[in-house]
Design a binder for this molecule. Structure first.
Ligand code: NAP
Length: 310
């Protein structure tokens, strides 16, 4: 079923800060964007509480409130919304096709902004204590652990950076890594190993999160001899990498071996007229303000692309 036989100017996939900023900009440029916002719209900020680091809110703002304000702002600029997931795309011809279930939408250009999701461990208690001590974002939630004992899982740069960040608040930080050496850069490792508040538990991984109303303990396993132990903590931060939401884009735009979109220029992709923004190309910063800025860049590049076509 093709939607109204209509060929739109631009379809934006995703409704996190990148997608919604693209929608605001392309809306203001009178490109009448359609946002395929996803069934759980609003991106990762919908699952956070107080956002204290997005400029413009002196006392912070709740994540869902911020995202709703961006949606309202995009609607005021003429963006239309479909609150379902894009399930399939076909970028093989000039007119790009995007499906939401059986409904096919067509457009001259597409902005990809479907983001990434933090990798989780899938261990017992992880979901039960989500946002009750379990988090994937130290930058977002670290301040809630003032004078508490926290753990961070991982051995990459994110784990190092977040362990250091957590020492600003926590009384003690356990850095738990499954091997006996870190993957992180030497400079980051040195900083962590020098910090008195951080204790590294090598060859160790959590196998269960234990608590009552909040996290109280982790059950740990030694990855070498498989012995188990318990560790009293108030929080578990996961920093074990991200997974870009690009499964449905396979074979349509160039992806790298980790599934991230390969940028051509700053916001271009391997397909003319398909642009990309946010965590689909950002392996490093992963902050709402950064992805919003990238959404602006993709929208302005799409606008320029249209102007050059005319
Ligand atoms: P990463 O480099 O992929 O590291 C993920 C870490 O999590 C690895 O140590 C890995 O262990 C561990 N891990 C993965 N799955 C696990 C599991 N199921 N259970 C336990 N541990 C698991 O991811 P990242 O640290 O998020 O970094 C991503 C990219 O961003 C990297 O290129 C990094 O350099 C970059 N980055 C840069 C900065 C900076 O320069 N300031 C800051 C953050 C990130 P193994 O080592 O055993 O595989």
């Amino acid at each position: 079923m093709t939607e109204e036989n209509k060929i739109r100017n631009v379809i934006i996939l995703g409704s996190g800060p990148a997608g919604l900023t693209s929608a605001i900009y392309t809306g203001r440029a009178r490109l009448n964007p359609l946002v395929i916002a996803g069934a759980t719209f609003g991106g990762q900020l919908m699952t956070t509480t107080l956002v204290e680091n997005f400029p413009g809110f002196a006392k912070g703002i709740q994540g869902p409130e911020l995202m709703q304000a961006m949606i309202d702002q995009a609607k005021n600029q003429g963006a239309e919304f479909v609150f379902s997931n894009a399930t399939k795309v076909d970028f093989s011809e000039d007119i790009k096709k995007v499906w939401v279930g059986d409904t096919e939408y067509q457009a001259h250009s597409v902005i990809l902004a479907v983001g990434s999701r933090a990798r989780t461990m899938g261990i017992t208690g992880e979901q039960e204590f989500w946002a009750k001590g379990v988090s994937t974002c130290a930058t977002c939630d670290g301040a809630f652990f003032r004078d508490k004992v926290v753990s961070i899982i991982g051995g990459g740069d994110s784990a190092m950076e977040e362990a250091m960040f957590l020492t600003k608040f926590a009384s003690k930080v356990y850095l738990i890594h499954r091997r006996d050496e870190f993957r992180a850069s030497k400079a980051m490792q040195e900083r962590v190993l020098k910090n008195d508040k951080i204790e590294v538990l090598w060859n160790t991984q959590p196998v269960e999160v234990i608590g009552d109303t909040k996290v109280t303990k982790l059950k740990l396993e030694n990855t070498q001899d498989k012995s188990t132990s318990e560790l009293e903590v108030d929080g578990m931060f996961l920093a074990i990498g991200h997974i870009p939401n690009t499964e449905f884009l396979q074979g349509q735009v160039e992806l790298d071996e980790q599934g991230y979109v390969v940028p051509h220029g700053q916001t271009g992709t391997s397909v003319d007229g398909v642009f990309v923004a946010g965590e689909l190309i950002d392996k490093k910063y992963k902050q709402a303000i950064v992805t919003a800025g990238m959404g602006c860049m993709a929208a302005m590049d799409a606008e320029k692309w249209f102007a050059e076509k005319e």
